[in-house]
Ligand binder design. Structure first.
Ligand SMILES: *Cc1c(COP(=O)(O)O)cnc(C)c1O
Length: 426
């Protein structure tokens, strides 16, 4: 068969980066791969060409610098594909993410965007990995950053701010995002004003960031956030070098056809212009929007009970968001030993492999009516927050990662691919 790379899917952060140059051989197709492997464990299918192209398109549409939010999918193959698509900046939140990105790309610009960091994490990022930009949302964190980077001493000795970039994250009111992140991080507007004033003399670069929440379907959320940003800047009365509009850019799922990316970019561009900061840099930190379409998982049906399918991956694996959040994904049946009869489709729910009754996904996932034990199902739009959320709960920690040459799974209006199954030619 064609070139095939198989690795453990459990926590890419726990494996060494795979630095082998990406083969130029044509990558296999999902259907062929399943026919060859006949896998009884989930198989994660990464589409490097799709990832690179998505990154290129986002960078072309966004009028500023694009930082990839690594937590969304930290697989080295994903990082490599995004690099190929021109991404050079990475939003990291942990020492392992920082070390992984640095081990792969000596020239990457790494930004440490978690507002609450361990002291050792700051030291290691600063001294060992050359990280210069850090986010904060409190005076306590500012003190920590100044102490652990030695920046305060450097500034006091020379009278000019050294190399430290400081980005103050502001809190936003509840947004229209599917996954609301307001509440955990972000300085109140009042606190942000005093933080900006305190940080300014210590900062080589001073920025403001926010995060509207993940899978935010409303472009106006960015307009509102940028207007709040403007209020903070006027109240603080200090020079601002960076405006970071965070992540949260949505992708299509069977239930959600978001406005086109251009609608979000238009609000951001206008809102940024209204701030009247011609010399400031504009940054974004997309995760989901860069990688969702570039990943899928192939699961096997282990039992059918009515319209419920017991499959070998679930909410403790890569389908976390299909559980409590009820996300639906495009699906297609793979039956290598012959095509399905034209039997129509049925909306199925899934049960995952663990013994927890919460390991259930209501769907519905539309699949051929005669789907049965032994058939495989490819579940698409899973490059974001899929493999990255896997656990080893109940011993179901086996999975493989392969790179494939397929296009993303297409969606029709009820969320199943137009060709609901693929029959493989012998
Ligand atoms: C998770 C996260 C992102 C990425 O969010 P997406 O919804 O995946 O785009 C960006 N910035 C911060 C601070 C985050 O926590």
């Amino acid at each position: 068969m064609e070139m095939l790379r198989v690795r453990s899917a459990v926590s890419p952060l726990r494996r060494p980066a795979d630095d082998r140059a990406r083969s130029v051989t044509r990558l296999p197709r999902v259907g062929d791969l399943i026919a060859n492997l006949r896998p009884e464990d989930p198989v994660h299918c990464l589409r490097p060409a799709v990832l690179a192209e998505t990154a290129r398109a986002f960078r072309a549409a966004f009028p500023g610098e694009v930082l990839y939010a690594v937590k969304c999918n930290a697989d080295p193959a994903v990082l490599r594909a995004l690099w190929e698509g021109g991404v050079r900046h990475f939003d990291c939140a942990s020492p392992k993410e920082v070390a992984l990105v640095r081990s792969m790309f000596a020239d990457a610009e790494i930004h440490f965007m978690h507002p609450v960091k361990a002291r050792g994490a700051i030291r290691e990022a600063w001294a060992r990995h050359g990280v210069r930009d850090f986010v904060l949302d409190s005076a306590d964190e500012l003190a920590k950053l100044l102490a652990e980077t030695g920046a305060a001493g450097a500034t006091a000795a020379t009278g000019v701010a050294g190399e430290l970039g400081l980005i103050v994250r502001i809190a936003l009111p509840k947004s229209g995002a599917v996954i609301d992140l307001s509440g955990k991080f972000g300085a109140s507007l009042e606190d942000a004003v005093s933080l900006l004033r305190a940080a300014r003399p210590q900062a080589a670069r001073l920025g403001i960031s926010f995060h509207v929440g993940s899978q935010c379907l409303d472009p106006l959320a960015w307009r509102q956030a940028l207007d709040i940003t403007g209020e903070v800047i006027r109240a603080a009365g200090v020079a601002i070098d960076i405006i970071d509009v965070g992540g949260g850019f949505p992708v299509a799922y069977p239930d959600a056809e978001p406005p086109a990316l251009g609608a979000f970019m238009a609000e951001i561009e206008e809102g940024f212009e209204r701030l009247g900061l011609p010399d400031a840099q504009l940054w974004a930190e997309p995760g989901r929007a860069l990688v969702a379409g570039g990943g899928s998982v192939v699961v096997q049906v282990q039992m059918r009970r009515g319209d419920a399918l017991y499959v070998n991956d679930g909410v403790y694996g890569s389908l976390a968001d299909a559980g409590a959040l009820g996300f639906r994904y495009p699906v297609r049946m793979i039956r290598p030993d012959g095509g399905a009869a034209d039997v129509g489709v049925v909306g199925f729910s899934f049960y995952g492999p663990t013994c927890d009754s919460a390991d259930a996904m209501r769907g519905p996932f539309y699949l051929p009516a005669d789907i049965a034990e032994g058939d495989w199902i490819e579940i698409g739009q899973l490059g974001a927050y899929g493999a990255s959320l896997r656990t080893g709960f109940n011993g179901f920690d086996q999975a493989r990662i392969v790179e494939v040459g397929d296009a993303p799974l297409p969606m029709d209006e009820i969320g199943h691919p137009i060709e609901a199954d693929i029959a493989l030619a012998a």
